[in-house]
Design a protein around this ligand. Structure first.
Ligand SMILES: Cc1cc2nc3c(=O)[nH]c(=O)nc-3n(C[C@H](O)[C@H](O)[C@H](O)COP(=O)(O)OP(=O)(O)OC[C@H]3O[C@@H](n4cnc5c(N)ncnc54)[C@H](O)[C@@H]3O)c2cc1C
Length: 443
């Protein structure tokens, strides 16, 4: 995800090279050690929201248990090192809202170099790099679209971005306004939800963000390979049925992605109140996936961490070239086009990236490509997509989802953040918020 609110494209600072986090040991499953008897709170999910909830509950002295369906912590933030022989962030890679993101000071304490991100420096469309007026035209279209959205918001109109934008806005400008940052195309984005998202400082790093988040959450005891299947809240407290038995508690904090909840992966008995169920379906996860390219040389002739955008072959993509000096380029597809391509499979995704490289760099581009792999999140049943975007007309869904149910069911995660949805720091803040409310109820 990127923040593209101004057309300034400059590199704000260079940095010294220090060792990244790729060398952090992979974290194996931690067995849960806790006192006998029922916990006060069950936290479902060990992504950053669940980890943050657990840290807060521990600080408040509330006995709790964290259950996680997979065998690792982090959820949608994850670093894998096997494919490319170097750490690759399969999910989140950017540190948004650097001013308030707790991972920023944690990274610095861990010896990771964190520095301000630049902005998009090159646009490729119609078979060439855009220059002069042609490039300015695209940025003018972006400005026009953002002004139109702001006017709609001023009149409290919660409609799709597309409905207020010029109908002849180019695919590249539409991508820059919508899918590149928000994972959904302009036809599926709410003006008010789009507008409420804070524009903090974006940061890059020369480490591996998934490993960083794993180190940040390593202190949290988690019961792995334990999927919640049903939450019974029919009488006092809750009974959480899992693949490893039932846990009784006073309250539950659910941090599972909304698209997973919408598919009924966890049943609730009785059914959730209509406003909560509706909020879950109004906050689907959009499509945003990395096709990671390992390349030799510097054919783009740019500095590391340079951002470029591509339109061609019927699609659009954003590139982060040589991320953190890793030699990996994140070629990102998103929104309607990205979702359609992703449904065609990893082979089609890689083929699209290869065709784009050929367009941008000629045949040499392909010879410099040593390895490519796509990481489709829609295919992951524990995620179901990248991150949430409220449907047009449904911007208030985030408020509805964060409302406690019967003072014992609490929902948290990036989806419940109003000003920082779709981000790590939004999810962390929401996990802590839900934990504080739950702690008040159970103590
Ligand atoms: C490709 C991609 C790029 C992104 N880029 C960025 C970025 O650059 N910067 C940024 O800030 N954010 C980015 N994001 C968004 C960010 O990753 C998320 O906002 C954040 O990780 C969400 O955290 P969470 O705890 O709310 O949810 P999750 O991380 O999804 O955690 C939920 C956990 O619940 C578990 N779970 C699911 N079902 C069950 C069940 N039935 N029982 C038990 N456990 C269950 C899951 O396995 C998971 O561990 C990106 C996301 C993707 C996919």
């Amino acid at each position: 995800m990127t923040q593209l609110t101004s057309r300034r494209r400059f590199r704000l600072q260079r940095r010294s090279l220090v060792a990244g986090l790729g060398g952090l040991a992979a974290l194996g499953p931690i067995r849960l050690a806790r006192a006998a008897g029922n916990p006060k709170v069950v936290v479902i999910g060990a992504g950053v929201a669940g980890l943050s909830a657990s840290k807060t509950l521990s600080a408040e002295g509330v006995d709790h248990v964290v259950i996680e369906a997979s065998e690792r912590i982090g959820g949608r933030i994850y670093t894998e090192s096997t494919t490319f022989g170097t750490p690759c962030d399969v999910g989140a890679h950017w540190l948004h809202n650097g001013e308030t993101n707790p991972l920023v000071p944690f990274a610095r304490r861990s010896g990771i170099d964190v520095y301000e991100a630049g902005e998009v420096e090159g646009l490729f469309a119609g078979g060439k790099w855009l220059e002069g007026d042609a490039e300015e035209e695209i940025w003018d279209e972006v400005d026009d679209a953002e002004s139109a959205i702001n006017r709609a918001v001023d009149r409290d109109r919660d409609v799709s971005l597309r409905s207020v934008m010029d109908s002849d806005t180019s695919p590249l400008a539409a991508f820059l306004v919508g899918a590149y940052e928000h994972a959904a195309s302009v036809g599926s984005l709410s003006t008010i939800d789009w507008d409420r998202q804070e524009e903090g400082t974006d940061m890059f790093h020369d480490g591996a963000l998934g490993s960083l988040a794993a180190a940040w959450g390593a202190e949290v005891p988690v019961q792995f390979n334990t999927a919640a299947t049903r939450v019974d809240w029919s009488s006092r407290g809750v009974k959480v049925q899992t693949s490893s038995g039932t846990i009784e508690a006073d309250a539950v904090i659910v941090t599972v992605p909304t698209s997973v909840l919408a598919k009924g992966a966890i049943k609730f008995g009785p059914d959730l109140p209509q406003e909560t169920a509706r909020a879950i379906s109004d906050l689907p996860l959009g499509s945003y996936n990395h096709i990671v390219l390992q390349m030799t040389g510097n054919l783009f002739e740019v500095e590391e961490d340079t951002m470029l955008c591509y339109a061609g072959n019927g699609g659009t993509a954003g590139l982060l070239v040589n991320a953190g000096g890793s030699g990996l380029t994140y070629f990102d597809v998103a929104g309607d086009f990205g979702a359609k391509l992703t449904r065609q499979g990893e082979g089609a995704m890689v083929e699209f990236a290869r065709a784009a490289l050929r367009d941008m760099l000629g045949a040499e581009g392909l010879t410099s490509l040593t390895k490519a792999k796509a990481f489709p999140w829609e295919a992951n049943p524990l995620a179901g997509g990248a991150y949430t975007a409220a449907r047009p007309g449904r911007a208030r869904a985030r408020e509805r989802l964060k409302r406690p149910v019967a003072d014992r069911l609490f929902f948290a995660g990036e989806a419940t953040s109003i000003s920082k949805p779709a981000t790590l720091d939004g999810a962390i803040a929401e996990g802590a918020r839900a934990a504080r409310v739950a702690a008040d109820e159970v103590t």
